[in-house]
Design a protein around this ligand. Structure first.
Ligand code: Q9C
Ligand code: ZN
Length: 344
């Protein structure tokens, strides 16, 4: 399996985040990527390669150009009016407020282009997010050319909560969606995205919600109790031409590995029935027991089994890293997925 990583992704380094009513240390930190990298090297899973540099075209097929411009300039705009620290919204255009106009003020644009206050934009955020998109695109390109059967994109910051025109949930550019769009543009007729992060990938779902050419299937915590709270329910199944091409499998907090793999079997059946040409996996390992932001209980052996079951699709597969916050186990769990995949 090809493994793609860029140290430029470490430039996004939020010091603090707003969580549980306190401004505390950020969970989504550079150390996460270092841990995964170390574990991959230790397990001897293959050479770690830097990404190729891609232009913005695939990114702009997934994201709104105004949003991309905002991400590129927000921190400079923030500093230009004398703000210190990371740029964070403190107001949002909710029901009845107008979101059809782009505010001049950076505070207004932060409001328009974000959906939470836990996703700070710092000096290194845009370079890191842009590098992560290159990492995902390189993984997609290597399976698209048929030179490799599988590739792991060690992306950071993660992507699946980022929609066409808003950031949130620690995500800025939707790396998995960008990979899927690239595969479509290079000739795959149908691409399936399987999202196994603990949280529902609201961004990925909305990007492809009215399209039949990309199937989105997600196993995640019930949004009644867990972030992102307002999307990811079982009755969301796609709209317009995309009707039937979104499948959500929410599970209650406390679900064990047996329940999780039961949902996986349902997800796998939907993917096989779709007959995709390629598979993109949004791999979050925040389903691990003891993850500080989650309430499932997979162990390292379960992650190895997940890897084996992903390989069993027999498809060209791009695995894109998403969440996972238990810093002591994160690397080993990701390595276990990749080992399971390679072993099969
Ligand atoms: N009180 C990803 O896993 N919110 N993002 C937790 C707990 C975190 C997670 C709140 C949700 C974002 C990519
Ligand atoms: Zn997550």
């Amino acid at each position: 399996m090809r493994i793609i990583y860029s140290p430029e992704q470490l430039a996004h380094a939020p010091l603090r985040e707003n969580n549980r009513g306190e401004i505390g240390p950020a969970f989504e930190q550079p150390e996460r990527a270092r841990r995964v990298l170390d574990a991959i090297r230790r397990a001897g899973l293959g050479e770690v390669e830097p990404p190729e540099v891609f232009g913005d075209e695939t990114i702009l097929r997934v994201h709104d150009s105004g949003y991309v411009d905002f991400l590129r300039t927000a921190y400079d705009d923030w500093r230009a009016i004398g703000r210190r620290g990371d740029a964070i919204a403190n107001v949002w255009p909710v029901r009845g407020l107008r979101s059809d106009r782009t505010p001049v003020s950076v505070d207004g644009r932060l409001a328009l282009y974000s959906f939470d206050s836990m996703t700070p934009i710092g000096e290194g955020t845009w370079p890191a997010a842009r590098a992560a998109a290159n990492v995902a695109l390189t993984a997609a390109a290597s399976i698209s050319q048929g030179s490799e059967h599988a590739a792991f994109a060690l992306c950071r910051p993660p992507g699946h909560h980022a929609a066409a025109d808003y950031c949130g949930g620690y995500c800025f550019l939707n790396n998995a969606a960008i990979a899927a769009q690239y595969l479509r543009d290079k000739g795959a007729s149908r691409v399936a995205i399987l999202d196994v992060d603990y949280h529902h990938g609201n961004g990925t779902q909305t990007i492809f919600y009215d399209r039949p050419d990309v199937l989105y299937v997600s196993i995640h915590a019930d949004p009644s109790t867990d972030f992102p709270y307002f999307l990811g329910f079982a009755d969301e199944s796609g709209d317009a031409d995309g009707r039937g091409y979104t499948k959500n499998l929410p599970l209650p907090q406390g679900s064990d590995a047996a329940a999780w793999f039961g949902a996986f079997a349902e997800a796998a059946a939907a993917i096989s029935a779709y007959r995709p040409d390629a598979l993109v996996v949004s791999l979050g390992v925040d389903t691990a027991a003891g993850d500080p932001l989650a309430h499932f209980s997979l162990d390292t052996a379960d992650f190895r089994r997940l890897g084996q079951q992903l390989a069993a699709f027999g498809l060209p597969t791009a695995i894109v890293f998403e969440g996972g916050y238990r810093i002591d186990r994160l690397g080993g769990d990701v390595a276990a997925v990749l080992e399971g995949f390679d072993a099969r």
